[in-house]
Design a protein around this ligand. Structure first.
Ligand SMILES: [Zn+2]
Length: 218
């Protein structure tokens, strides 16, 4: 419909009926894409510090670290009209959540989940569950006994785009091998990006999460 109307007006208006071949006269102008705002809630684990004999709890990452991760994610997703925003203020997780060693440790975070948002947990360390010699910077985890419970875990060792990468998984994207792609491990310091197909998949997944009420707009 839209396309036909546009062609008709292109034919009627302007410089007569001579349309130079090879011009983009019949191309549909890109439709404005409505931004999808994905609500997230962040929780940061605490660790115990020995302050001159007095133990005290301190968050495993600073607020500035959290905000830098979120900003980097929004920068990568912005060209695809996706934005992440903190729906509620960040909360603190108990010390037991600081060092995640096993799959059961990761599963235990499900009890802290807030409904209607993408839950993001910042922890001190995250051991790989397949190869325990390794540590990971982040993971998009599904609770093994209830795969609908899906959340993102980011370690204090995260690189600038770790949260963005895990949110990429959260929104349905698998790994890529293209250099500097958000979903790839191959980086040379260039601008990190998502391609159009990945952006569309992320939008489609977000829409599905809203439709199933796993994400809720307030
Ligand atoms: Zn990954």
């Amino acid at each position: 419909m839209l396309r036909r109307r546009f062609i008709a007006s292109a034919l009627l208006g302007g410089a007569g009926l001579t349309i130079p071949s090879g011009t983009a006269w019949a191309k549909k102008p890109p439709a404005p894409v409505a931004e999808i705002a994905v609500p997230i809630v962040i929780a940061v684990a605490a660790r115990k510090l020995d302050d001159k004999g007095k133990p005290r709890l301190e968050p495993v990452v600073t607020r500035a670290f959290v905000e830098a991760q979120l900003e980097a994610a929004n920068e990568v997703f912005k060209p695809h009209a996706l934005r992440f925003f903190e729906r509620d203020a960040a909360s603190t997780l108990p010390e037991s959540a600081a060092r995640l060693e096993t799959a059961a440790d990761r599963d235990a975070l499900a009890s802290s989940m807030v409904s209607g948002v993408a839950n993001v947990y910042f922890v001190e360390s995250l051991r790989d569950v397949d190869d325990p010699k390794l540590y990971r910077m982040g993971v998009c985890w599904r609770k093994l006994s209830n795969l609908k419970k899906k959340y993102v875990i980011v370690a204090a060792s995260a690189q600038p785009t770790t949260l963005a990468h895990e949110l990429g998984h959260y929104l349905g994207n698998p790994h890529s091998t293209v250099k500097n792609n958000l979903m790839s491990y191959d980086r040379d310091g260039g601008k990190v990006f998502l391609d159009d197909a990945q952006g569309q998949r992320a939008r489609k997944t977000a829409r599905a999460l809203f439709a199933s009420k796993e994400l809720v707009t307030q």
